[in-house]
Design a protein around this ligand. Structure first.
Ligand code: B12
Ligand code: NAG
Ligand code: NAG
Length: 142
């Protein structure tokens, strides 16, 4: 008797799961990315952080999540009316126009290729397993 009830219950549950998974078939879970803070102008160690990012979530969201959870990661931005958030400083190190320094945004894809996104942190959508690199560096005048 108890067994029959259990069997009925579990088949009901199964039917329910089928129905709900059919409705939610478009839902994609979060995926992991890592973030490397790399100061190419100073002799300091890289810092690496990892987090989960929402399916097709923006990098800025992942950075805010890391900032909340790791007290060794802090950043500041300014809002540009055309291009959104500009990354000014990371962990107290700020870009400086006179010294032509800035935080460059790079991403190492899962297959090793390093790309330089053509958008900033507010628009870049990391791929699953991206290693996002925030590189403090200089720009060259042309
Ligand atoms: C010069 C330049 C830079 C210089 C700015 C140095 C300086 N202080 O002068 C440096 C090298 C720092 C730079 C960096 C980046 N840039 Co830039 N940059 C340009 C460029 C060639 C000219 C801008 C300019 O001087 N306009 C004239 C002045 C008078 O107008 P302005 O409004 O004051 O210009 C300011 C903004 O453009 C701002 N700025 C420059 N780049 C970026 C990028 C972002 C995301 C933001 C929010 C602001 C911003 O800095 C300028 C000076 O203050 C433009 C392309 C173009 N031909 O316009 C790309 C451009 C604006 N940059 C772009 C990008 C993607 C970046 C980076 C994200 C690249 C990377 N992967 O690292 C980084 C920013 C990273 C960060 N820290 O957030 C894109 C933005 C596209 C978008 N929709 O997001 C553009 C359009 C080039 C492209 N790929 O098509 N950039
Ligand atoms: C820091 O990270 C950059 C970018 O991934 C890499 O090129 C560099 O070798 C690293 N430096 C150290 C000391 O690990
Ligand atoms: C790595 O993947 C990117 C994007 O999927 C692709 O454009 C690139 O050619 C690949 N590189 C290698 C070395 O496989």
């Amino acid at each position: 008797m108890a067994f029959r009830l259990l069997a009925l219950l579990s088949s009901l549950l199964f039917a329910f799961e089928l129905a709900s998974s059919a409705c939610n078939s478009d839902i994609e879970g979060p995926y992991p990315i890592s973030l490397v803070v790399y100061n190419s102008l100073a002799d300091v160690q890289n810092l690496t952080y990892t987090t989960d990012i929402a399916y097709r979530g923006i990098l800025l969201g992942a950075m805010m999540k890391i900032q909340e959870s790791a007290d060794t990661f802090k950043f500041t931005i300014t809002e540009n009316p055309d291009y959104g958030p500009y990354l000014v400083s990371v962990n107290g190190v700020a870009g400086n126009d006179n010294e032509q320094t800035y935080w460059e945004l790079l991403a190492q894809l899962q297959n090793g290729t390093i790309i330089r996104p053509d958008v900033g942190v507010g628009c870049y959508i990391p791929n699953p397993h991206d290693k996002v690199i925030l590189k403090f560096t200089k720009w060259e005048c042309v």
